[in-house]
Design a binder for this molecule. Sequence first.
Ligand SMILES: [Zn+2]
Ligand SMILES: [Zn+2]
Length: 388
Amino acid sequence: MLRASISSKDFSSRQLPCACGRLDSDGEPFRVAHVCTEANCSVHTRSPFICDHCYDSEDTPGHSKLKRIANYFRELSEQWSKLQENEKTLAKEVLQMYLPQQAIVELLEREIKLQTAVAFNGRLISEEMAKFQEFHREFQERYAKIEECMREDQTTKIWEEEAKFNEYTDKLTNRFGHLKTLVTVETIFTNYKDFIEHARIPEDSSVRRALFSFKERLIEQNARESMTPIDDPQTQIPEIASIRAELSNTSVPLRGLLSYLGGLHGAANFINNSLDAKSAQDSLQRTLAELTSHLHTLQGTLSDCTRQISILKEENENLKQQVSGARETAKIQEQLAAMESTMRQKDAQIRQQFMAAQDQLEQACNQRISEVNNRVSEVESRMMGGYI
Ligand SMILES: [Zn+2]
Ligand SMILES: [Zn+2]
């Protein structure tokens, strides 16, 4: 992409120092500002790029090939951009046409090698396309670098690529320019015409369709040609003309039919394959029956297994319940043991309390008894005293 404007100060500072090596008052080198565009110039032998100082000190009257470097940079950038546009357009057009035809082109080129009795004087389109695709890749890579130089105002670097620029321009026009007309369906048909009639039938259905459409076109063309009166004195004789017409009426469709089958060899293969297909079909049916019976056996085994699995599942459920029941029992036993221990403690306490209470009661009884005894003795002695 070209920039809309070139800021002169930034642009100048990005140019290379002049080969004269002069420095300005700030100690900065003078940068190139002019370029000589004369081929093999006798004045600018060291470098076509010079600074303002060299430009002013030059005494070269009549030397009109000097240009300001900013203008030169713009020209170079524009010509590269234009070349890139042209290359991109050609690649897009050519590839769009070629890619859908690539498989049929490759098939017909294989036929050239197989049908050795037929001479080939056409062009190997797939090879030419491979070369163009390689060129396209290389050009795109190179242009990406040029674009970087354009962004960084590196005039001299773009200038150094001049030889490449000329080479690419030449190749684009003289070497690959014709591809646009070479990869049309019409040209491909004409280019490989001699190898279409006996071309073997491919397995890939899309290539087969493309080949059949070429064969159809060829048959039509042959039929048309056979109708064309031949400028031959013999055709003036009605008998010969009639035999020739009859022959043509028979041979044209026959050739067409053979062509669809891939020639005599292809027709033989076709018949063989059809017969093979019949025996293969019988064998397939047998295999299918065996497989079906095997499948039934497998289905029986499968349902047995399913039943066993469901029994196992049930057993598993029961076990689970038992385990959980056992867990419950253990818990209750634990609680019971705890309760028993509590009860034992309580029992001991109660026993102690009971014994303590018994002791107290006994003491109280004994005391009461001794009190009553004392009282009785007292009463007895009083009574005795009364009698005395
Ligand atoms: Zn010059
Ligand atoms: Zn200079």
